[in-house]
Design a protein around this ligand. Structure first.
Ligand code: GLY
Length: 426
């Protein structure tokens, strides 16, 4: 069977890498892909948001399964277009993807179906939002309603910080139309975890829990990024907590959507805060997380193709239990200097062609070719994943891999997994 992966990041490289292990796959295409993906798949020069060309490509090339990496094409209805042409695609429809594409939709949905989340208020004007902040208790969380590449959530500790964030989002439109509406919600304290789960509209099967590191600098300081590193599994999520997440978050989400006339098929990602009063939803994503995928999929033994078809064909309930490698995986993101702000592109990367480190994998994100050399082409450049019997050794492997990949201005966090390592030290 031929498959098509849509996207060009580390997540898509990891998905293609995992698909490559399936005996059911003869050929992998990726649109548009990156330098690393081109080693295992045929990269096709179609952008992830060019839905018409992607559907035409899939039909012309008899693609048996398409997998959508990023959120934007899902929010624009790529799955609906594939369905119209009777093409198999793994991911939620446009209606279902509103859980990620509109934070107002998702919070109102959670309120309606009693899914635990922080209290919130929605604002359509800057004046009303600022008025609310005048008498509010800080810290607060301000969220742009629409998609903002993981950067639309701002934690504010004072009225001045709140005014600045609201000005940026609602008046200066730094996230464009995504800032037409904002949510202001209470700040939750606890451990943050990412649960990615495969759903078929009736059943939902969680993958192993992982933890992302969203801030740019060590100690979770600095601006939010798309994610600077992740590890899997996280021991904060006990069996009991996992059951609570399944029963109080994942199933009510799928069932609530069904009541709204929406059958959710694809990956449902719940970003959760483990609070003293139980797990609460910070946000939903309608796709695999990045960089969580780079830490989770390398541990999955089950064939991803089987899992994706079980989601599409709505028979997850009878799918075999997921099978996992023992141990831990950790992914360290190497980013361009200046990310998540402005950064240069086209910088030569050394150490990739002859990269060899046992149980260590380089997943390309912002890379491309220039005169036969691999160069940087994005903010997050590569993710390096190490696997070992425990987190500390997995991290050591990943950091050894990081030391072998070099480009001018490369930055990375040296403290991925620090919460667990600190706890282990006591
Ligand atoms: N790592 C967060 C995300 O994928 O949105």
């Amino acid at each position: 069977m031929k498959v098509l992966v849509i996207g060009s990041g580390g997540r898509e490289h990891t998905i293609a890498w995992k698909l490559k292990k399936s005996k059911k796959i003869d050929k992998i295409y990726c649109a548009p892909g990156n330098a690393g993906i081109s080693k295992i798949a045929k990269c096709v020069n179609i952008k992830a948001d060019n839905i018409k060309s992607l559907v035409d490509f899939a039909q012309r090339n008899k693609i048996g399964l398409t997998i959508v990496g990023p959120e934007a094409p899902l929010a624009s209805g790529i799955v609906d277009e594939f369905y119209k042409r009777k093409l198999k695609i793994f991911g939620p429809t446009k209606d279902a993807a509103q859980l990620e594409s509109s934070k107002v939709f998702s919070k109102e949905f959670m309120r309606k179906y009693h899914i635990p989340t922080a209290p919130f208020t929605t604002f359509k004007t800057y004046a009303e939002a600022v008025g609310f902040c005048k008498t509010a208790q800080f810290p607060l969380v301000i969220k742009a309603d629409g998609l903002a590449a993981g950067k639309g959530v701002i934690i504010v500790k004072s009225f001045d910080e709140a005014t600045k964030a609201l000005e940026d989002i609602m008046l200066n439109k730094i996230f464009g139309d995504a800032g037409d509406k904002v949510l202001i919600e209470s700040f939750m304290v606890g451990q943050e975890v990412s649960i990615m789960a495969i759903a078929d509209g009736k059943t939902i099967i969680p993958l192993l829990p992982s933890q992302d590191h969203k801030q740019a600098y060590e100690g979770d300081k600095g601006p939010n990024t798309g994610g600077m590193g992740a590890y899997c599994p996280t021991d904060f999520v006990t069996k009991e907590i996992m059951t609570a997440i399944h029963d109080h978050v994942l199933m009510p989400t799928i069932n609530g959507l069904t009541q709204e006339g929406i059958s959710y098929r694809g990956v449902l990602y719940a970003g959760l805060m483990l609070t003293e009063t139980g797990p609460k939803v910070l946000e939903y994503n309608c796709r695999f997380g990045d960089p969580e995928t780079q830490a989770v999929l390398p541990l999955l033994k089950t064939d991803l193709v089987d899992l994706m078809f079980a989601s599409i064909n709505q028979n997850l309930a009878s799918a075999p239990k997921l099978s996992w490698k023992q141990g831990s995986a950790a992914c360290i993101i190497m980013a361009s200097k200046g990310y998540p702000g402005k950064y240069a592109k086209g910088i030569q990367i050394n150490g990739l062609q002859d990269f060899k480190e046992d149980n260590c994998f380089v997943f390309h994100a912002g890379t491309s070719f220039k005169e036969n050399k691999i160069v940087t082409s994005g903010g997050r450049v590569v993710g390096i994943t190490g696997i070992d019997s425990n987190l500390k050794d997995a991290l050591n492997r990943a950091y050894r891999g990081v030391s072998k990949v070099r480009f001018n201005g490369a930055t990375f966090r040296k403290d991925i997994g620090f919460r667990v390592l600190q706890k282990q030290k006591g």
